[in-house]
Design a protein around this ligand. Structure first.
Ligand code: NAD
Length: 302
């Protein structure tokens, strides 16, 4: 049994903390929303009155927060978790999806305080968090990774050490840039097929077994029918919301700009998902890009 602090008990954090409890760990939970702390307590966890209180006596502190600004606010500064844990043998794990720069800055501050820290963003969504089948992409020192592994294994099944600090975030945004671009490519192909009078089932039959094959087509087809459990069959209920895809594509563009990488398709995907979100589809699955694209004309979206 490990004493764990869990900060951020939202859609992802709450079921992840519940899996740690199920694995027999003692979990002190904190969230800015008191109702979520109460739910954690009802699930068998310990309620903490602040992030620092949650970290008291913790061997491992895990955070699951919305964005980089929240992560900086939690860890850095005189009142932050790093200052509170300075000199203790604690391991810090941030599971939030954030910018690479923040992940590296926080890891550096932790190292300066003698603390091991990992960035460990996830894929698999709320369903994966509930089932304990998340993929963790982990950045940080090998020794810290080895220490984290059994804890992460209680929440996920695929745990990859991607490299040094920030490498977990880098892996996550590179993967999701592929996903955003490939989903749009598949949506465009179905839009064009519709206009050409080619049956959707026939395009699926051809492309799913030939060189157009990809996950967005064969496991997550954006038109209803060919893949029965894809969100397209349930009015695009997420799944993975278009708002989260936009967030990840923006993080990828931020990283591309900072590093000088040429990512023109990633940039196009980010601007198309911005328009899809602005059109009121932010809460729909990201494969609803198909419904938006099919309603456009070439004059509006060249
Ligand atoms: P969420 O908004 O449901 O939960 C975040 C929680 O953090 C909220 O409950 C909020 O009150 C809390 N919070 C914010 N600042 C805090 C602070 N200083 N102290 C304590 N609590 C604080 O978001 P989520 O869907 O659980 O996502 C969390 C992270 O996981 C995000 O970075 C997201 O991009 C990533 N992610 C989400 C999904 C998904 O499908 N939801 C999938 C993969 C990755």
């Amino acid at each position: 049994m490990t004493d764990i602090a869990f900060i951020g008990l939202g859609n992802m954090g709450a079921p992840m903390a519940a899996n740690l409890l199920r694995a027999g760990h003692r979990v002190r939970g904190f969230d800015l929303n008191p109702a979520l702390v109460a739910a954690h307590q009802a699930a068998g966890g310990i309620a903490a009155s602040s992030a620092i209180a949650a970290c008291e006596g913790a061997e491992v502190a895990i955070s699951m927060l919305p964005a980089g600004a929240h992560v900086r606010a939690l860890y850095l500064g005189d009142g932050g978790v790093i200052a509170a844990l300075r000199g203790r043998d604690a391991l810090l794990i941030d599971g939030s999806t954030i910018d690479v720069e923040t992940a590296r800055a926080v890891a550096e501050a932790a190292a300066a305080a003698g603390l091991a820290m990992l960035d460990a963003p996830v894929s698999g969504g709320v369903g994966g968090a509930q089932a304990g089948t998340l993929t963790f992409m982990v950045g940080g020192e090998a020794a810290a990774f080895a220490r984290a592994r059994p804890i992460l294994a209680a929440m996920g099944k695929n745990i990859v050490h991607a490299g040094g600090p920030g490498a977990g975030q880098a892996a996550k945004i590179c993967n999701n840039m592929i996903l955003g671009v490939s989903m749009l490519a598949v949506c465009e192909a179905f839009v064009l097929a519709d206009r050409l009078g080619l049956a959707r089932e026939k395009l699926f039959e051809v492309s799913s077994t030939s060189s157009g094959q990809c996950w967005s087509l064969t496991s997550y087809c954006p038109v209803p029918g060919p893949v029965p459990n894809a969100p397209s069959n349930r009015d695009y209920a997420p799944g993975f919301a278009a708002s989260l895809m936009l967030k990840d594509l923006k993080l990828a563009q931020q990283a591309a700009e900072a590093s000088g990488a040429a990512t023109p398709l990633g940039a196009s995907a980010a601007s198309l998902y911005q328009r899809i979100n602005d059109a009121g589809l932010a809460g729909k699955d990201f494969s609803a890009a198909f419904t938006w694209l099919s309603a456009q004309t070439r004059e509006v979206v060249p």
